[in-house]
Design a binder for this molecule. Structure first.
Ligand code: NDP
Length: 444
């Protein structure tokens, strides 16, 4: 049996009931097959793949907090410190009822390669909890965040592990966590990113993942001889990534006609009204059903459905495995030319293969949404030098990073005979730097 197949089999056996983690490992190792086969003897002797797929450390802890009725609630907290080969662990904290160890491991594993692709010195990690901030009062969210950090603070620090936001963790949650960390440790350091501007946050961090996604989309299309301007786009999600992806797409001359949340979706033929969307989601924290109050000509549909709308480009920006084989077939039959992942692993493996087989330009999340973590790393730099850069400075660095990613993943794919396969390109380009660092640092 080949080394890659052996390690995939081991991962499935040693990590039962973690299907998302299996899926992420399979996707990465399958596309690394050609590189691994060229170095099989050395990698096997060094157990390189085993070291890559086993986190350096995983922390699981109890998070007790008291709700507004005086009832004690208990959630589970996680931090998976996957790889510090190229820098301190870096990756978001997800707060969502679906969170479990397997999901955090899949996200942490992907994060290693994503962070490497940014070209910045950051290792891979991820964390979170099954706590659901939705429907909770501010006091309850604060109580949870303070309890969460009261345990997590032992394992994080500006030079060791720097968490950030993710699903359910926005500016409010980061603020409460930062306050508690500072109170316990008594130090003012850049231990979390996504902070508010008044206490060490970076301009353009809020916009970074969505904007970065569009910078990459524009560049990859250009490299394929296609203009972004004038295209119709379908977007899923209506959170941080989706909102700023829609905004930048419109600034670049495209028309976005859909967005969604976990209960339904909007079709707005004239183009999504970003100001209305921001007010509903960022200010009121309300459902998308409200959108019709702002745009009477739009349609609201219950359930899932954005991929059924005819469009040139699809940007999945909600959550994992939200675009399946059936959706991919519909997109292709509607003439879709590109799928660029704003979310982490939103496309199933079968759907990805179908899209690629039908010549749809496909950019995986680890490349396409790397703008968020890249800008978090820029926030870390600003915190270290105790300076704040202008919006334009951060935004132009972000754009440069995304354009570089496009060329690096394209070149890596071509070097290994897979021209145009950006999944292979992203995995190989991300892997090469990490492996180089692992080899240099000995067996650790
Ligand atoms: P948010 O919490 O701001 O928004 C998530 C959006 O997706 C919401 O519209 C939410 O709907 C919807 N959603 C979440 N879970 C589900 C589900 N199970 N089914 C259907 N819809 C769902 O998160 P972000 O925008 O920050 O993150 C979105 C994706 O992007 C995630 O995969 C995240 O890991 C990834 N990402 C985020 C980065 C960032 O900087 N924020 C960086 C890189 C990747 P509802 O409001 O109803 O819950």
């Amino acid at each position: 049996m080949s080394y890659v197949d052996e390690v995939i089999e081991q991962v499935v056996k040693q990590n039962p009931a973690e299907p998302e983690f299996h899926q992420a490992v399979k996707e990465v190792l399958e596309s690394l097959r050609v590189v691994v086969e060229a170095n099989e003897e050395k990698y096997r002797k060094d157990a390189l793949l085993e070291r890559l797929v086993n986190p350096e450390r995983q922390i699981k802890f109890r998070v007790p907090w008291i709700d507004d009725q005086g009832q004690v609630q208990v959630n589970t907290g996680y931090r998976v410190q996957f790889s510090s080969a190229i820098g301190p662990y870096k990756g978001g904290l997800r707060l969502h009822p679906s969170v479990n160890l397997g999901i955090i491991k899949f996200l942490g594993f992907e994060q290693i390669f994503k962070n490497s692709l940014t070209g910045l010195p950051i290792g891979g990690g991820k964390g979170g909890s099954d706590f659901d901030p939705k429907g909770k009062s501010d006091r309850e969210v604060m109580a949870f965040c303070q309890s969460f950090i009261t345990e997590l603070y032992k394992y994080i620090g500006a030079d060791t592990d720097v968490p950030a936001g993710d699903i359910g963790t926005g500016a409010r949650e980061i603020g409460y966590m930062y306050g508690q960390y500072k109170r316990i440790r008594g130090v003012y350091e850049g231990v979390l990113t996504g902070k508010g501007l008044s206490y060490g946050g970076s301009l353009a961090r809020t916009e970074a993942t969505g904007y970065g996604l569009l910078y990459l989309t524009e560049e990859l299309l250009k490299m394929n001889g296609i203009e972004l301007s004038g295209k119709t786009i379908v977007v899923s999600g209506s959170g941080n990534v989706a909102i700023y992806a829609i905004q930048k797409a419109q600034q670049l001359g495209a028309k976005v006609v859909t967005c969604s949340d976990s209960t339904g979706w909007i079709y707005d033929e004239e183009g999504i009204d970003v100001a209305a969307l921001k007010e509903i989601k960022e200010v009121k924290r309300a459902r998308l059903t409200e959108y019709k109050n702002y745009r009477p000509n739009s349609e609201y549909h219950e359930g899932k459905g954005v991929w059924s709308v005819k469009a040139d480009i699809a940007l999945p920006c909600a959550t994992q495995n939200e675009l399946n084989l059936e959706d991919a077939k519909t997109l292709v039959s509607n003439g879709c030319i590109g799928v660029f992942e704003g979310a982490n692993m939103p496309t199933t493996l079968e759907a990805t293969e179908y899209l690629q087989a039908n010549n749809v330009i496909f950019a995986p999340g680890k490349a396409a949404n790397a703008g968020g973590v890249a800008t978090s790393a820029l926030e870390m730099s600003q915190n270290s030098e105790r300076l704040s850069w202008s919006f334009e400075e951060v935004d132009s660095k972000l754009k440069e990073i995304m354009v570089n990613i496009c060329h690096n993943i394209s070149d890596a794919a071509e070097r290994y005979g897979a021209k145009g396969n950006y999944v292979v390109g992203a995995n190989i380009a991300g892997f090469e730097k990490v492996v180089d660092a692992m080899n240099a640092q000995g067996i650790v």
